[in-house]
Design a protein around this ligand. Structure first.
Ligand code: AHM
Ligand code: MG
Length: 329
């Protein structure tokens, strides 16, 4: 090989997905096309996030989303960007977005495909206005029967995911994905506009030294959560961004535990099963970590409604096991 002093054989995400596709079940190229659309959405949103402070995208639109929370302009934009990109891919039949109360059904047969994408287009809304890391989270399911897609394809266990990922818009832009063959990280090279494989086969340390939870909710925590938090606070460091993508990303790279449990204020937790809990649980498991409600594996939940929530703990396998022990005691 000629040594030019710079890397000339970069593994872009598209190249990597094509490689994976030769190894996994989907040999049609459809998943590759779908992931290309998602990459495009992430790059588009990343550029808007960067400009947000300058071009007056910040602030409220005056409307609220289906959970009754204020919607920021950037959330709306990100939602539109991802919906347009996903529909245009021609590989989806249903889209479930945090920002839309109803499932988006792709009726046009020429644009309809076999995948269901669940996504939170811009998570971490409380951090948008101050320029702290935010992200996109997505999960991908496949319909049972191409000819008769229905609600049974959407309301299902997390074990049925065929792929998932998140993109963090932080001090750098990182797209973390799994298609069921481990967890891999790609960093956006802004100069060439490509996601480059920088973190192949990520493994979460089996034990960490960081706990990440909104301790301002302590008085609402149930007894096992209080006891667990009390047990780690004397020996671990506390880190909490308040953006799930940033908190999970740190947990994936450094180890430790992230939790947003169900408590007396948020009876079912805060995070949504289909597009927050499931994708993150899947990704963490792909890296050798664990995700649990405290009582069962998070991927084994089956939601009843598309916007259902659940408590979740995820991260290093030994740390999650410690937490679960408090629930069994
Ligand atoms: P959002 O979808 O409105 O942005 O809320 C989800 C976010 C997560 O990113 C984060 O883990 C959590 O809410 C933080 O909640 P809190 O501010 O209650 O600690
Ligand atoms: Mg969210």
């Amino acid at each position: 090989k000629i040594n030019t002093g710079v890397g000339t054989d970069l593994i872009t995400m598209t190249r990597w997905v094509l490689d994976q596709q030769r190894k996994v079940q989907d040999a049609s190229g459809d998943l590759t096309i779908l992931l290309t659309a998602i990459q495009f959405g992430c790059k588009f949103v990343a550029s808007k996030v960067k400009q947000a402070g300058l071009i007056n995208l910040l602030g409220l639109t005056g409307s609220s989303n289906v959970q009754g929370e204020d919607v920021k302009k950037l959330d709306v934009l990100a939602n539109d960007i991802f919906k347009n990109a996903l529909v245009a891919s021609g590989k989806c039949c249903f889209l479930v977005s945090e920002e839309d109360e109803r499932v988006m059904v792709i009726e046009d047969p020429s644009f309809r495909g076999k995948y269901i994408v669940t996504f939170d287009p811009l998570d971490g809304s409380s951090n948008i206005d101050c320029g702290v890391s935010i992200g996109t989270i997505f999960g991908i399911f496949k319909v049972h029967d191409d000819h008769a897609p229905g609600s049974k394809d959407i309301i299902r266990s997390g074990r049925d995911l065929v792929a998932a990922g998140y993109c963090m818009y932080g001090s750098y832009v990182e797209l973390i994905v799994s298609v069921g063959t481990g967890l891999h990280g790609f960093t956006l090279d802004p100069a060439i506009g490509e996601f480059i494989l920088t973190h192949p086969s990520i493994r979460i340390p089996s034990r960490g030294k960081i706990y990440s939870i909104n301790e301002g909710n302590y008085k609402y925590f149930d007894e096992p959560t209080k006891k667990y938090v009390d047990s780690v606070k004397t020996k671990y460091s506390a880190r909490y961004v308040g953006s799930m993508v940033a908190d999970v990303h740190r947990t994936v790279l450094y180890g430790g535990i992230f939790g947003y449990p169900a408590d007396s204020k948020s009876k079912n937790g805060k995070l949504r099963i289909l597009y927050e809990v499931f994708p993150m649980a899947y990704l963490v498991e792909q890296a050798g970590g664990r995700a649990s409600t405290g009582k069962q594996d998070a991927l084994d939940i089956t939601p009843r409604h598309i916007h259902d929530r659940s408590g979740v703990w995820l991260g290093s396998a030994d740390d999650v096991a410690d937490l679960e022990a408090f629930y069994r005691a």
